[in-house]
Design a protein around this ligand. Sequence first.
Ligand code: ZN
Length: 471
Amino acid sequence: MGLKLFNTLTRSVQDFVPLDPAGKKVGMYCCGPTVYDFAHIGNWRTFVFGDLVRRTLEFEGYEVRHVMNITDVDDKIIRRVGQENKTLEDFTRPYEAAFREDLQTLNCRLPTEMPRATAHIKEIQELISSLLERGIAYRAPDGSVYFSIQRYRESGGVYGRLVRLNFEAMRAGERVQSDEYEKEAIADFALWKARVPEDGAVFWPSPWGEGRPGWHIECSAMSMALLGATFDLHLGGEDLMFPHHEDEIAQSEGAGRQAQGQPFVRYWLHGAHLLVESRKMSKSLGNFFTLRDLLAKGYSGREIRSLLLSAHYRETFNFTLKGLQGARASLQRLDECLLRLGELAAGSQAAPDLDLETRVRRALEDDLNISAAWACVFDWVSEKNRQMAENRLKPAAAAAALAGWDRVDSVFGIGRPREEEAPAEILALLEARQAARTAKDFKRADALRDELKAKGWAIEDTPKGARVKKL
Ligand SMILES: [Zn+2]
């Protein structure tokens, strides 16, 4: 059947055909985090959705160049840098590192490249220069540079590709300085923001005076620098559709770098919102969670991932703690089946049973219908459980079923059940015990072994090193 995706540009489900004439390579850009805090669970829904697109493309045999930017300069960051009296780098880097850690906790494949906005000031300025040369951007009296929507439209550009806009209400030359403005506010937006005292030490020289880039231009400059003037897929949460993505199209196509008749991006994919406990997430309602908050409540990355991946990406999803309990129970059911298949297979090898893969592929190719794909998995679990209960499954068939699971798991990213994961505190004790042994401090090593035992964990020395096992 081939992969079909809902393209926001055409508002329809389309066959996915990559730009690469060989039909192999795919360029994909996902708007990444603004590193001024830990990403919250609503952000994570979007990033896990990006991972699903990436994994599905790879499952379909494509070679994906996945770019995700790191926004390490913007209004919010500058405010916090001022409050905390740090350098931009000292303030943003720990959040960037935390973001990478969180990606791994959720078992998201790491993007091929994660460019920082501050490392691409040159490309950003070149893009702004092109827009000025073409008369689509202009300098404001304060030294900032703005994108002119009117002149873009006069030059043949279409503003309003992803959303329908009401131009009647627009007043020519009305400007917004803020990166995040309201829907319907069709106004010229800042490409380069002239330095103001509140910016502190955060500014760069430019042909238009000292200042810093606007947020929208960062993504246009970095995506085209790394993926070319036209590329296959651009992803983000639906909240970015306007103004951010609309502005990205206007800037990128306004600079006229694309070949005749080619757009900036061929397929735009948007993930729907996430509600938490049926309401919009907010700190005052007590339903605001970062990934770390949920880990602290005792949920695993695997459980959180599977819940975030349970609904179709275009449906608003209600994330609840009850849902996490449900995800835990579903994973237990899957794990029990996989463990029993493993016992039955007992080391026998077999080519994968492709039945499950065929069903899962059909669901995913239908605009990433992940809920239907999960249903295939749980039907398969019931079927295997029944076959095992009736002693109808031979070891080779169990091995084939497990190999089949591994193949579809390249998309789910859930893995096979592992022995119970030890908490960080236990792993730290294990490490300390290893260090004591290396230092030949056997007394301390024994004391640490006893401490672990008192906490309910035994040490097993294996040829691959020591590990802990729950008593
Ligand atoms: Zn972006």
